[in-house]
Ligand binder design. Structure first.
Ligand code: PAP
Length: 326
């Protein structure tokens, strides 16, 4: 239960937040009945900005935490399932795993959303948390605690196409008109998208991974697709849950990969008909929004040659000198 002092503190924070947001640049979010606010170089909607600031003020990381970091539509759902199944492999099997009854987003909560306001009551049963926050937004305690972070990114062309479909589906559920692809493209190109600019998001984590390779593992969706078992083993090792030789001989990593495959997860009843954040107004989405095609290169079906070349040029220019290619 929240104490009187805690409530007073929350009211003060709410008031200063409301005053602060008036000072921020604001644009409509891709035709949705929502706005994006630019805060410290990135665009966020209000609930997520508020969550980010609460997390910065209140979130207390534990050294044993494992934080899964990503921008939108780059493989978060998959990474959540793989890491959760790896960590919980001695507690659950294929017929008892919570992934059978919950979408991966309900199994691994968002730090800035699900935990920000009640960090002291944190459920410490699982070390896993996720965040979409840019690296520069992370609460100080994450850096100071020395906990492990994994970042997953993806080809900007596929990220954009996946995000566009997400927005189109979401618009439909809100009964609002769907933004045209070329209009959305220009906004994404200019960095005006949720947690955008996408390239700056990626670069923040990329640079941090170069500085702290023992703390931050940097992954690409395409690599994970190409050799899921190999990367799962690397992930398990990195987070301190390595597969023993016996487990490897028994095919445990392969089994986890199969359990978390797009085909398997997208076919589960919960992911076909369930809802995420049910009853939370326009935050509610259908679980199947997290599973579309799960392919590399689907952009070819949506972007013109000119669009793809422009996005590639943008990527080259933004990542130039960083040592990273996407
Ligand atoms: P979110 O930001 O909405 O949580 P996120 O999970 O990061 O999305 O990414 C969604 C993408 O991962 C979708 O890509 P697509 O639109 O190009 O298809 C989704 O299909 C894909 N995806 C989800 N689960 C898996 C999986 N198990 N294996 C591979 N790709 C997956």
């Amino acid at each position: 239960m929240e104490s009187h002092v805690e409530k007073q503190n929350r009211d003060v924070l709410q008031k200063s937040f409301e005053e602060m947001i008036f000072t921020l640049p604001k644009v409509n979010f891709w035709g949705l009945p929502l706005d994006l606010y630019q805060y410290q170089g990135f665009w966020l909607t209000l609930p997520f900005l508020q969550g980010a600031l609460s997390a910065q003020q209140q979130f207390q990381a534990q050294p044993t935490d494992i934080i899964l970091c990503s921008s939108l539509r780059t493989g978060t759902t998959w990474l959540k399932s793989l890491t959760f199944t790896t960590i919980a492999r001695t507690s659950y099997n294929d017929s008892t795993t919570p992934l059978l009854s919950k979408v991966p987003h309900d199994v691994v909560p968002y730090m800035e959303f699900d935990h920000a306001q009640f960090s002291t009551n944190r459920h410490l049963g699982s070390p896993l948390l996720a965040t979409h926050l840019p690296y520069s937004f992370l609460p100080r305690s994450i850096i100071d605690s020395g906990c492990k972070l994994i970042y997953i990114c993806r080809d900007p062309k596929d990220t954009f196409v996946s995000f566009y479909h997400f927005i189109a589906k979401y618009s439909k559920s809100l009964d609002t008109q769907i933004i045209q692809l070329d209009e959305a493209f220009e906004l994404f190109y200019e960095g005006v998208s949720m947690y955008g600019s996408y390239w700056d998001h990626v670069l923040g984590y990329w640079k941090a991974s170069l500085e702290h390779p023992d703390k931050l593992m940097f992954l690409k969706y395409e690599d994970l697709v190409e050799n899921t078992v190999l990367y799962l083993k690397k992930i398990a090792e990195f987070i301190g849950y390595p597969f023993s030789s016996k487990e490897q001989q028994e095919g445990v990593p392969e089994n986890i990969v199969q359990m978390c495959s797009f085909e398997n997860l997208s076919g589960l009843e919960v992911n076909k008909i369930g809802k995420h954040r049910a009853g939370q107004g326009n935050l509610e989405v259908e679980n199947n929004i997290f599973f579309r095609k799960g392919k590399v290169g689907d952009w070819k079906n949506y972007l013109t040659t000119e669009m793809s070349q422009r996005l590639d040029q943008r990527t080259l220019q933004k990542l130039s000198g960083s040592g990273l290619s996407l």
